[in-house]
Design a protein around this ligand. Sequence first.
Ligand code: FAD
Length: 452
Amino acid sequence: MNEDDGPGTPTRSAVVVGAGLAGLTAATGLAAHGFAVTVLEARERVGGRTHGIAAAPGVRIDAGAAYLGDRHTELNALAAELCLKTTPTTMLGASRFALSDADDRPATSDGRFPPLDAVALGDLFERLAELTDAVRPDAPWLTPDAERLDALTAAEWAERHLTHPDARLFFPLFLGEMCAADPADVSVLHLAFYLRSGGGLRYLNAFAGGAQQDRIAGGAHQLCERLAAPLGTAVRLGEPVRAVHQDDRSVTVRTDRGAYRAEVAVLALPPLLADAIEYRPALPQPRSGEHTARGCAVKVHLVHPAPLWRDHGLSGWSVNARGPLLSTVDDSPEDGIGVLTGFVTGAEAHRFGALTPERQRAEAVEQARRLFPMLPEPLGVHITDWLADPYSRGCYAALLGPGDWTRIGPALTAPHRRVHWAGTETSTAFFGLMEGAVRSGRRVVAEVLARG
Ligand code: FAD
């Protein structure tokens, strides 16, 4: 409740900070248990890292999160509760690969995996599987040999263990695709944890039968829009939270427009953003460190009258050693326009993000036409630069760098008196994904109820 509403605090009340999937799942759950809930959201929209943008009249596409799989059980259940349908991600036809310096002559191949040395890639995946199997997904900092694995970056690991040039070429592309990371930004412990948390290397990487199997028909942003609708004016947009003060009786959350007092606060933000808020009393320790990085993703959508590549036996899937589009995928709605999505990730996202919009457009269109020469000038080009976004420090998610897991891991979820934490980065299952966000929202509801 707003402090101006009068003295006293209802027996059960909560302020939720962040109207992404985690915050809105938490707010909805707490409201269902009789809490008076206020949701404070910095942006002028709900959804956070899910965001629908208009690609054509009546057609919205996913500028943020898009894909889900059948192991994303909480997310699928939520979509069903909200009367949203899923649609399969289309992956029919041959793939295109531009992996050598003869970039202007991409190869066409039936499989989804790049036509690189099979033994070298097999060896890479075996090594990654060993790391993944050994990690403690519920508490990565308790993994045997955690200190050593946490001190080493994925780049250093690759330098030591990958000798074949094809494995060295593929590894950063794989990491960009999996978690929008540059290998220098993540510890080996984080990489192993991320892969394990997401269901393992094969599941995370797969379309049919894997984490990219489906999309929410009409866009993932609808999840948050539908969660927010019944909460009505309890969701307050355009209110970045600056401070969280608490005493023995209540917690007060301050924005530039007001102060909101409640029994508990749930902060459902990426850790780097949560750490930018002032806490009184101070947090016992920060929940991010100097090496905590943000995933770096720019999403490019090229809109065509139809998925024209399909007429030529191509799936729209491509993997490319040189940017800006390090991979492309067919994200067309079930009928109607054709949408080719390009992913610009890791270090390439920083380079691309610094270009003028005109240059970005020119580079993306030129590369798409090298990959798919049948494409005419697109009807529309939409570029969503998540790096430049002040309210998403981590896209797809936060990247835990050297030393982070062993130093800050336990603090990610430990409540600070009346302050509880949610957000995909607090979920040990499906960390970084929409599923992780929903699970964190449900976990925090149980945690708050258990306060008694
Ligand atoms: P967020 O969605 O980030 O919500 C946090 C909210 O807090 C935001 O609305 C933010 O504006 C708000 N906020 C921030 N600071 C403040 C403040 N000081 N005061 C008040 N409010 C504040 N996941 C998948 O499962 N599948 C995918 O295919 C996928 N692809 C992705 C592609 C991209 C380009 C991106 C960016 C993400 C992708 N993800 C994907 C990840 C997924 O979007 C996230 O895991 C999930 O949406 C995170 O939800 P959240 O509620 O934890 O955080």
